[in-house]
Design a protein around this ligand. Structure first.
Ligand SMILES: [Zn+2]
Length: 78
């Protein structure tokens, strides 16, 4: 079973639709099935990426930093 930090390390690839091996993808799915922290993390990351893509020109980098920090804090608080 993957650990949360391994999932978080892979979350970018998952959200970006990068190619993961079948094994990796399966391991991630399995972890997400049982870990609601990582599910929430992934959902937030997805929302962030989506909104960034939508407003590519208008997003303030400081805002992005802020959101990422908040996600990191929540992720580390369990
Ligand atoms: Zn987890």
């Amino acid at each position: 079973m993957l650990k949360c930090d391994q999932v978080v390390a892979r979350a970018d690839a998952l959200v970006d639709g990068e190619s993961l091996s079948f094994r990796e993808r399966w391991a991630l799915r399995l972890h997400l099935l049982v870990c609601h922290h990582c599910r929430r993390y992934l959902r937030q990351l997805r929302m962030l990426v989506t909104s960034l893509r939508r407003n590519e020109e208008t997003v303030d980098p400081a805002t992005v930093e802020q959101v990422l920090h908040r996600i990191d804090r929540e992720q580390n608080s369990h």
